[in-house]
Design a protein. Structure first.
Length: 262
């Protein structure tokens, strides 16, 4: 047993020595590389250094843009009309009683194109004032961001409730702003989101009422006729679909949603 322990200790000692040698070798290689890079940079002139920095700036910008790609869906959902529209469509589907019809892909696609339709004026202003000049290199990154965020801010401020905005201003701990332009964008965004959620649930409640009345009336009729074994959903679903088609429900709901943003 003692012999085994001695061998284990000897093996551990050799392993540690080899690790230390490997780390020392890697450190030497790293330092040599730094020396080579430093000597190469020191030999360049000021003009060459400036051109090198400009060449490195483009890959850095591309890397930052690629890193922002996963954030784009969240920006589209939280800073536009997407939230209100998709919640209303989902509540409408549940109110009718068709759990999976229309499918989620259809609802998301319709919501996406409605978002581009409703937001076309702010998006066009963002492109003309921020994206196009930035691509043409007539403005810098900070100026492009400030020009691009202004149309989105105006859209959010037109839909946000003063009560929700005051809530986040209060909990931010900042001084009370003198006007709307002094309110930070980070305060407007959460206030806009909860305002959109409240408005979407209000519209969904109004959509539920007529379908709830149909379900209640048909359930009472079936109960009075003694049809206990017949599910009311089997009778109410075709009637709700027929009434929804007769009143041109999709046209009315989509038109009402568009008008709610104007």
């Amino acid at each position: 047993m003692v012999l085994i322990l001695n061998r284990i200790k000897a093996f551990n000692l050799k392993f540690k020595i080899r690790n230390h040698k490997l780390l020392a070798l890697l450190s030497i290689i790293f330092l040599m590389g730094l020396c080579v890079v430093g000597s190469a940079l020191g030999a360049e002139s000021a003009n060459n250094m400036e051109s090198t920095i400009k060449q490195l700036a483009t890959p850095i910008k591309i890397a930052l843009l690629l890193g922002l790609i996963p954030v784009i869906p969240s920006v589209l959902v939280c800073l536009t009309c997407f939230t209100r529209v998709i919640i209303v469509f989902s509540l409408l589907r549940n109110a009718i009683g068709t759990r999976t019809t229309p499918p989620n892909q259809v609802i998301v696609g319709l919501t996406l194109f409605m978002t581009f339709f409703i937001m076309q004026a702010p998006f066009k202003e963002v492109y003309n004032n921020a994206i196009a000049p930035y691509i043409a290199q007539t403005i810098g990154t900070e100026e492009a961001f400030n020009n691009g965020i202004q149309p989105i801010r105006r859209f959010m401020l037109a839909q946000v409730r003063e009560k929700d905005l005051a809530l986040f201003i209060h909990f931010s701990g900042a001084d009370k702003p003198k006007n709307v332009s002094e309110v930070p964008t980070t305060t407007i965004i959460p206030a806009f989101i909860i305002s959109e959620l409240r408005t979407a649930f209000q519209i969904g409640f109004l959509l539920y009422l007529p379908f709830l009345v149909i379900d209640t009336v048909l359930a009472s009729v079936l109960l009075s006729m003694g049809m206990f074994m017949l599910p009311p959903m089997m009778i109410s679903l075709p009637i709700k679909l027929l009434l929804f088609v007769l009143v041109d429900g999709w046209n009315l709901i989509v038109g009402s949603l568009i008008m709610s943003f104007r």
